[in-house]
Design a protein around this ligand. Structure first.
Ligand SMILES: [Fe+2]
Length: 312
């Protein structure tokens, strides 16, 4: 693999370093780190799931974690709420459960969620980023980051911080959406824990009203294909910019958020609840996704939704 220059770092083997760092307070947050993968293949398989903290449904979570091993993905994305709170006892739980997914050759992309930010429980660290960066030293203290691997370009946001126009994270996002331009065959996706759109309206990101037109324009101009979120413990697939999708994938095993009524734009038709993970295959500028639902009664997985984004 051609090693990137500048601030780029390889992720995957770096996961082995998790735990080596102490729990002391880190320096001021860095931002916008660019990470790369151990092996940039022309075709990539992603495994995406979220909201697995405090599994109210350990059977569902356990089977989803097993699927993450069985599918042998190149990249695993956790869209946030990996832990109940920043208290070390929850992070040790994460180490025991999700830790087995962090193997050499597999890039694990974390997304900082509202539960990672919680510090109210006695004994919690003053800085919730301390245990987070201890597990993910490859981020080098970057609260939001870019990840590049073959055809995949990921912009991972910290949706606990403002994304309002003029704010640092928003400026970084706009700059990364524009430049460098995507090479032929590359697919750009955004990860943010709090969704752009969801049937639980208080769960959408507080700046969603101005992010939706930003992302819509980026999709229309071929600079963005997909946005993946969690936070709502269900599955939703909403159109973005005519040919992209905003996908909520928060079905990793926490309590369920069944909808009385889905958003009218939601293209998913299916049963509740929706414990699930996503398969995403990237090849030749095309993204093909599947929602794989775990049924609690039959204890079986079944593909319940499919989506794709073709090259611009
Ligand atoms: Fe959340």
């Amino acid at each position: 693999m051609k090693q990137k220059t500048g601030s780029s770092r390889r992720i995957g083997l770096a996961a082995l370093l998790a735990g080596w760092m102490g729990m002391g307070a880190h320096a001021a947050l860095a931002h916008g780190e660019t990470l790369t993968c151990p092996e940039a293949k022309p075709s990539l398989n992603l495994f995406i799931f979220g909201d697995s903290r405090t599994p109210y449904y350990p059977l569902a979570k356990g089977r989803i974690l097993q699927a993450a091993e069985d599918e042998k993905p190149d990249v695993i994305v956790h869209v946030g709420d990996m832990v109940q709170s920043s208290h070390e006892r929850y992070w040790r739980w994460f180490d025991r459960e999700e830790g087995r997914l962090r193997r050499p050759g597999v890039s694990f992309l974390p997304v900082f969620g509202n539960h990672e930010a919680r510090t109210a429980e006695p004994g919690s660290p003053a800085d919730p980023f301390a245990p987070y960066f201890a597990r993910f030293p490859e981020l080098r203290g970057s609260a939001w980051y870019e990840f590049r691997c073959g055809p995949l370009v990921v912009l991972t946001l910290n949706s606990e911080e403002s994304l309002a126009q003029g704010d640092p994270q928003r400026r970084w996002l706009e700059e990364r959406l524009q430049a460098p331009p995507l090479a032929p065959g590359e697919v750009r996706i955004v990860l943010m824990h709090r969704p752009l759109m969801t049937a639980r309206p208080t769960y959408a990101h507080r700046n969603a009203g101005e992010l939706i037109p930003l992302f819509t324009q980026a999709v229309e101009e071929g600079r963005l294909s997909l946005v993946f979120s969690g936070h709502t413990h269900n599955y939703e697939r909403l159109p973005l910019g005519g040919k992209g999708w905003s996908v909520v994938s928060g079905g990793g095993g926490s309590e369920t958020h069944a909808f009385a009524e889905r958003l009218k734009e939601d293209r998913f038709i299916g049963p509740e609840p929706n414990f699930h993970y996503l398969r995403l295959k990237l090849e030749a500028g095309r993204a093909v996704g599947e929602m794989v639902r775990f049924d609690l009664d039959s204890e079986q997985f079944e593909v319940k939704d499919r989506f794709r984004v073709d090259p611009p």
